[in-house]
Write a protein that binds this ligand. Structure first.
Ligand SMILES: Nc1ncnc2c1ncn2[C@@H]1O[C@H](COP(=O)(O)OP(=O)(O)OP(=O)(O)O)[C@@H](O)[C@H]1O
Length: 678
């Protein structure tokens, strides 16, 4: 068996299982081994029902004392069961598992494991796992991997398959020399792959995750350098020289640019007229006004007879940019085009030809902008918004469509300068470290469940003043089988009911989630922008870039489950105009550590400070870190948590990069260049 063989070479995997694996993107043994668990869980000794604590994942040993009841709500089948021990009763709920109805019988004892919540006067678990006592005994106190699954494939199936491929793991050759491994305290590849799938203890697991992070960083850095060598020193073939015009454009804006924005514009104009092509990163905290800097750049190229494109990470943001840029450029006769994945084939064809003919000077879009079919007229500038959402290869691909267009990358990632220099090694950096004048600081509070009623009262008061509200729905934990969509839908219904019952008000509450079709999301966000929706309940899809200055309250449920940097991004959705805005962080836990961590947000509005504090406060159990928004999308690497590996990767690249490349290329091993990150 070899890495590139089909997983069907593993004993026990036939056509049917293989096609289920294919749905997870796993076709070869290599894919299987690189498919790391999402997280790990440990199974602790069961506690008494009366000792359960809402907000934590716990287990109870209890006897079924009701028949399973089935309800249908919004197309979901819900199974409800009650079980008791000597100390109390617990309510258990499962979604879309109708087969459970006949599985449980009164009098049977099980160990139930799941996230505990206090609802309707009693302790509940949603989507709990259930085990017989014997089975549970086998699981306790061992780290158990939890993988992303699909119908036909469970975590157990994946574990068994990896076991079947162990002989391949034992033959893996490391691209790092033993002396490099020793010097940088990096775990060897065989041990790392083994430990990531079958962790024996916390220490080994941490070491394995670090090794994987190293590989991701190394691969990223080595690719970055290839691009840099090809691109950065390219000759500037689109000299843009129109400072006067840009000055007029800026003077005519409805607001005055901050000093930091002006500096960024100046850096950009200097670059675009210099002898080399521009590769610049504009880094600025949420709401610091990066879009207008990009607009000035796009204006400059359009005014010089060239074309500029701006690529957004989501369709929703693309539409928002399109509207804003259209209204900014209309007075100057610059025409703006939109190109997104959800347009009809005919609309796309029309836009392709308008782009090619220079009928539009500025093009806004999503990934659709880098499709092979798109041919540009005279492409001179590529702006990518939140570049991490694209990855280096895509950026390279778009850049390759013009002769050698300038690139401007906008990022709100609060990343310390030393790390930024490594991560954005191919870019010059302008920092916008000043907020527009007249912003009123956001008022924050970190609260627990007991504040829920007061919070709703506050929200309704803001609504009555014509302001709008974001609620970011509880995030589903990796160990929960319930998905974000079911969760956000259920939450919205409950909220509507509380508003009806408590206020009798006819408030428009709408739910938004990532699985909706692009048009539907756009329509909802447009309605929100137009003030037709008062309360928008959503998963974190609103996190990046949405701009509605009339929104004054952001309430984040289960704030403890988010990284601080991500909460800071979420908070950045309010306080974008001149209205006093508020952020309510609702915590499901009230222990000292959680409160201390969240209180950092109360203390500061500075993204850099917050990211630094978050790093200091990470618990030892956060193997994969809490996913931060704005971070480059590594699978396991976390630039804050694994900052040592990031530095090590840079160092190893500098010292041994050529040797490693030569070795891998000689062997025809392209693993480093096919890492999924890129
Ligand atoms: N100098 C300024 N004075 C007043 N308002 C400004 C200024 N610059 C930008 N704005 C406004 O501030 C809001 C936020 O700007 P923008 O959307 O560009 O932020 P951003 O830096 O992209 O933030 P995010 O990372 O959160 O998307 C917009 O409504 C914009 O029109």
């Amino acid at each position: 068996m070899e890495l590139n063989d089909s997983i069907k070479t593993i004993k026990g995997i036939g056509d049917k299982t293989a096609s289920a694996f294919a749905r997870l993107g796993i076709e070869t043994v290599n894919d299987l081994l690189l498919n790391y668990p999402r997280t790990y869980v440990t199974y602790e000794d069961p506690v008494d029902i009366s000792d359960l604590q809402a907000g934590s994942r716990q287990s109870v040993r209890a006897v079924v004392n009701s028949r399973a009841e089935i309800r249908k709500v919004h197309g979901l089948t819900i199974v409800i069961l009650y079980a008791k021990d000597f100390s109390g009763t617990i309510k258990l709920t499962w979604f879309n598992c109708p087969f459970l109805r006949n599985f449980f019988h009164i009098g049977q004892e099980f160990v139930f494991v799941g996230n505990v919540a206090y609802k309707g006067g009693m302790m509940t678990m949603t989507q709990p796992e259930y085990y017989t006592d014997d089975k549970y005994g086998e699981l306790t106190h061992v780290w158990q991997p939890v993988y992303t699954v699909t119908p036909g494939i469970t975590s157990k199936t994946i574990q068994k398959a990896v076991r079947g491929a162990e002989e391949v793991i034992d033959r893996l050759e490391d691209y790092l020399h033993d002396n490099v491994l020793d010097e940088y305290h990096i775990m060897g590849i065989q041990k790392a792959i083994h430990s990531i799938h079958f962790p024996q203890d916390e220490q080994k697991l941490k070491g394995a995750v670090k090794r994987m992070a190293f590989d991701e960083f190394y691969s990223f850095i080595s690719n970055l350098h290839r691009i840099k060598d090809d691109n950065v020193y390219a000759e500037n073939t689109c000299i843009i020289n129109c400072d006067e015009e840009v000055r007029t454009f800026i003077e005519n804006l409805r607001f005055k640019l901050t000093g930091a924005q002006m500096n960024a514009v100046r850096d950009m104009l200097d670059d675009m007229r210099s002898e080399h092509v521009m590769n610049r990163l504009v880094q600025g905290d949420v709401g610091s006004g990066k879009t207008i800097v990009a607009a000035a750049g796009l204006y400059a190229v359009a005014a010089s007879g060239y074309q500029g494109v701006i690529m957004a990470p989501t369709e929703v943001l693309a539409v928002q940019h399109y509207k804003e840029l259209s209204s900014l450029f209309e007075p100057y006769g610059i025409s703006v085009g939109l190109l997104t994945g959800s347009m009809t084939a005919k609309e796309k064809r029309e836009m392709y030809s308008r782009i090619k003919n220079m009928d539009v000077q500025v093009v806004v879009g999503t990934h659709a902008l880098i499709q092979d079919k798109v041919e540009y007229g005279r492409l001179a500038l590529v702006v990518t918004d939140e570049q991490h959402r694209f990855g280096v290869k895509q950026r390279e691909r778009l850049a390759s469509k013009g002769e050698a267009p300038h690139t401007l990358v906008m990022s709100a990632t609060p990343i310390p300068r030393t790390l930024a220099i490594i991560m954005y090694g191919d870019l010059d950096i302008s920092v916008i470290d000043e907020l527009p004048a007249g912003r009123i600081p956001i008022k924050n509070c970190v609260v627990d469940e007991s504040y829920r009623k007061t919070a709703l009262g506050f929200i309704m008061k803001e609504v009555s003043q014509g302001h709008q509200i974001y609620i970011v729905c509880p995030m589903v934990e990796a160990s929960e089988v319930l998905d974000d969509v079911a969760n956000v839908t259920e939450y919205t219904e409950e909220l509507k009911k509380s508003i009806r019952d408590g206020y009798g008000a006819d408030t428009s509450v709408v739910c938004l989630h990532g699985k909706m079709k692009a048009e539907e999301k756009n329509r909802i966000l447009q309605d929100f922008a137009d003030g037709k929706i008062s309360i928008l309940v959503s998963t974190t899809v609103i996190e990046v870039g949405i701009n509605n200055p009339n929104a004054t309250v952001m309430m984040v449920e289960n704030a403890e489950r988010f990284g601080l940097a991500q909460l800071h991004q979420l908070r950045g959705r309010v306080g974008r105009g001149n209205l006093q805005s508020y952020c309510i962080f609702m915590s499901g836990k009230k222990d000292k550590d959680t409160m201390e961590r969240l209180n950092v947000l109360e203390k500061s509005n500075d993204g850099f400070y917050i990211a630094g504090e978050d790093l200091k406060m990470r618990g030892p159990g956060d193997f994969f870190g809490i996913r931060q928004s704005g971070e480059l999308m590594f699978k396991v690497g976390d630039i804050y948590n694994h900052a040592d590996m990031l530095r090590a990767a840079q160092d190893v690249y500098d010292r041994y990069g050529q040797e490693i490349d030569a070795k891998l290329i000689n062997k025809g091993d392209d693993r480093l260049y096919t890492m999924p990150v890129l």
